[in-house]
Write a new protein. Structure first.
Length: 368
C-alpha cells in the first residue's frame, strides 16, 4: 500500500525539481535520479504483486474522504487551466466545453463529498492487467523522460538558432515541459491502480491537460490548432466520463469498478441501469484511445516535440482508454467464472422408461 502511494506521488518530486532547477546539469541530475527511482520502485511493486496476487488495498475513511476532496479540487483547477487557455487563444468551443465540465465537476463534488457513504474503503486495486500497465508506465515512461533530457537540449538550440536568424530570442520552456512529463506519469499511475472511479477520473483529466500543454509547446499556429483539437475531443470524453459518474451516484450505484462488476451479476432491476454508465465510460475510453471518429487529435500531436508523441503513442495515454475497457471486461469475465454453475435438471424419461412404468403400475393393481 505504501509503495503504491509512493509510486503515485513521487513523480511529483522530480516534476517540482524541474521547475526549481537552474541549468542543464541540475535538470539532468533531477531527471536521471527521479527516473531511476521510479523504475526501481515499479519493479519492486511488480515483484511483490506476483508473490501475493490480485488484491484490494484499504484506506481509512477519513483519508479516503480527504483524497476525494483533493481530487475534486484538482478537477476544478484543470477546468480553470482549460478556460484560461481557451480565453487566451479565443477558442469558443473549448470555452463552452470547459464551462460545462466545470459546472459538472462542481455539481458532482456537491453531491458526493458531503455524503459519508460515498467514501470508498478500498479505492485501490491491483491485478495482473494493472501490474502490466504499472511496469509499462514506470519503465517505458521513465526512459522517455530520460531521453527528453538530451532531446530538448537540441530542440532548444535549434529554436534559438532559428530565432537568431530572425533577430529574435527563443524562450526556454523546457522546465515546464519536463515537469509536465513527470506529472503525466503520476497521473497514469493513478489511472492504472484506482478502483475508485472518482480518483481514476482525476488522473484521466490530468493526462488530458498535460497532453494539451505539451502538444502546444512550440506556440506555433499549427501547434495551437492541433492542441485545441486534442483538448476538444478529449473533453467530450471527459464530460461523458463525468456524466457516467453522476448517473451512477444519482441511481445509488457504487462509484468503483469492482462495485459495478458486483452489481452487474446481481440480476436486480438496478443492474439494468448499468447500461448507460457503461456506454458513457466506453465513449470516454474511445476518445482517450484516439479511436475513430476521435482519432484526428493523435495525428495532430506529431507537431509536438518527439518525447510528447512517444508518451502518447507508447504505453501511456492512448492505452488508458483501452485499459479501462479491457479491465472492465476482464473483471466481468472473472466474475462469471466465479459464479456457481447451475444445477442441471434431471433428463426427461424415455419412451421405454414410460412404458415400463405403466407395466409396473398395472402389475401392482393386479396383485391387489
Amino acid at each position: 500500500m505504501t509503495l503504491l502511494y509512493f509510486l503515485t506521488l513521487f513523480p511529483l518530486v522530480p516534476a517540482l525539481g524541474m521547475l526549481l532547477a537552474r541549468g542543464d546539469r541540475a535538470r539532468d541530475a533531477v531527471g536521471l535520479i527521479g527516473s531511476g527511482i521510479i523504475m526501481a520502485v515499479t519493479v519492486v511493486v511488480a515483484v511483490m504483486f506476483f508473490g501475493t496476487g490480485p488484491q484490494s488495498f484499504e484506506v481509512a475513511p477519513g483519508t479516503s474522504h480527504v483524497l476525494s476532496i483533493i481530487s475534486s479540487a484538482i478537477d476544478v483547477i484543470l477546468c480553470a487551466v482549460i478556460l484560461y487557455n481557451a480565453y487566451k487563444y479565443r477558442n469558443a468551443l473549448t470555452t463552452v466545453l470547459g464551462i460545462v465540465q466545470l459546472v459538472g465537476s462542481l455539481a458532482f463534488a456537491a453531491m458526493t463529498l458531503p455524503a459519508a457513504e460515498a467514501v470508498t474503503a478500498t479505492p485501490l486495486y491491483l491485478d495482473y492487467m494493472s501490474v502490466i500497465m504499472v511496469l509499462a508506465v514506470g519503465i517505458v515512461g521513465s526512459l522517455i523522460c530520460v531521453y527528453a533530457l538530451g532531446y530538448m537540449k537540441d530542440f532548444q538550440a535549434h529554436d534559438e538558432h532559428e530565432a537568431a536568424l530572425r533577430g529574435q530570442t527563443a524562450p526556454d520552456r523546457r522546465p515546464q515541459f519536463l515537469a509536465l512529463m513527470f506529472l503525466f506519469l503520476s497521473a497514469m499511475f493513478v489511472i492504472v491502480t484506482s478502483d475508485n472511479l472518482e480518483w481514476l477520473f482525476c488522473g484521466w483529466e490530468i493526462t488530458t491537460v498535460c497532453s494539451f500543454l505539451m502538444i502546444g509547446y512550440t506556440r506555433t499556429p499549427e501547434a495551437i490548432k492541433n492542441a485545441f483539437t486534442q483538448i476538444i475531443l478529449n473533453m467530450l470524453g471527459g464530460i461523458a466520463f463525468l456524466a457516467g459518474l453522476m448517473y451512477l451516484h444519482v441511481n445509488g450505484m457504487p462509484l468503483t469498478i469492482s462495485g459495478m462488476i458486483e452489481l452487474s451479476g446481481a440480476g436486480t432491476a438496478q443492474s439494468a441501469l448499468l447500461v448507460m454508465p457503461v456506454i458513457l465510460l466506453s465513449l470516454a475510453a474511445l476518445t482517450k484511445a484516439a479511436q475513430m471518429p476521435f482519432h484526428t487529435w493523435l495525428l495532430g500531436a506529431m507537431v509536438a516535440p518527439t518525447p510528447t508523441s512517444a508518451l502518447l503513442h507508447s504505453s501511456t495515454m492512448v492505452k488508458a482508454g483501452v485499459f479501462l475497457m479491457v479491465k472492465l471486461m476482464n473483471r466481468l469475465m472473472k466474475k462469471k467464472e466465479e459464479a456457481p454453475a447451475p444445477v442441471p435438471e434431471p433428463p426427461a424419461p424415455t419412451k421405454e422408461e414410460l412404458l415400463l412404468a405403466e407395466i409396473r403400475d398395472l402389475l401392482k393393481e393386479q396383485s391387489k
